[in-house]
Write a protein that binds this ligand. Structure first.
Ligand code: PGA
Length: 251
């Protein structure tokens, strides 16, 4: 089943980028202005660049944060709230990325609270789910994915304003990806899980993330249940990110 939505190609710069990255961003914006991109485009730079990029003119590029605190403000040194991201020019925020789960020990309860924070601030959250290599090798992939969805999206907090990104942890930054058949099967399973929560949610695009590059993007984005891509390393190079955007599947 293909949804009717345009695909979303999202770039996650992680902890990369300095003020001189502005020229790459401006090239991205100017190129997309001329080209009429076949997908919606989102870039999540580090917080230090968000306001700079927003005020430089984002054209067709949406901006997002990579994480947020669950509180709106307060004594949380070093943290950033969803409201602050919005104020700096973000319209999206990534929640529950595996690097947050792994290095900051974020569990499902905190991730659920962060989703609520995103909605409270009027940001569109992208919720990342994915299995580790050990879980995959133990045949637990589908159980892990449904557990990550169920424990975060109960009846009370499930909202239709949400995008899910499937990112196998072992595929992130490794150059390894599941086969296209495996991606399609997993996305189909995720959509079945989402159908049980809300029909509107199930109709939203589900992104694939993990070592997406200009070579594999077209094949992945053509899969019926894939609604876009979350791109890490390749989004840092404007030329590569543009090639991935141009590979989006138009209905
Ligand atoms: P990658 O990262 O494209 O560098 O594998 C993807 C991600 O972490 O979102």
């Amino acid at each position: 089943m293909k949804t009717n939505s345009r695909q979303l190609i999202a770039g996650n710069w992680k902890m990369n980028g300095l003020v001189d990255s502005l020229s790459g961003f401006q090239t991205l914006v100017a190129t997309l202005d001329k080209e009429e991109p076949p997908a919606n485009v989102l870039l999540c730079p580090p917080v230090s660049l968000l306001a700079t990029f927003a005020s430089a003119g984002r054209g067709k590029v949406h901006l997002g944060g990579q994480d947020c605190h669950d509180a709106a403000k307060g004594a949380f040194t070093g943290d950033i709230s969803a409201e602050m991201l919005k104020n700096a020019g973000a319209t999206f925020v990534i929640i529950g990325h595996s690097e947050r789960r792994q290095y900051h020990h974020e569990g499902n309860d905190l991730i659920a609270a962060k989703l609520k924070a995103a909605w409270r601030a009027g940001l569109h959250p992208i919720l990342c789910i994915g299995e580790t290599l050990a879980q995959r090798e133990a045949g637990e992939t589908l159980r892990v994915l449904s557990g990550q969805l169920d424990s975060v999206l109960d009846d009370k907090i499930a909202k239709d304003d949400l995008t899910i990104a499937y990112e196998p942890v072992w595929a992130i930054g490794t150059g390894k990806t599941p086969t296209n058949e495996e991606i399609e099967q997993t996305h189909s399973f995720i959509r079945t899980c989402l159908t049980k929560i809300s029909a509107e949610l199930a109709a939203k695009p589900v992104l694939y993330g993990g070592s997406v590059n200009p070579q594999n993007a077209r094949g992945i984005l053509a899969l019926p249940h894939v609604g876009g891509a979350l791109v890490g390393g390749a989004s840092l190079k404007t030329v590569e990110f543009l090639e991935i955007i141009r590979s989006a599947n138009v209905q």
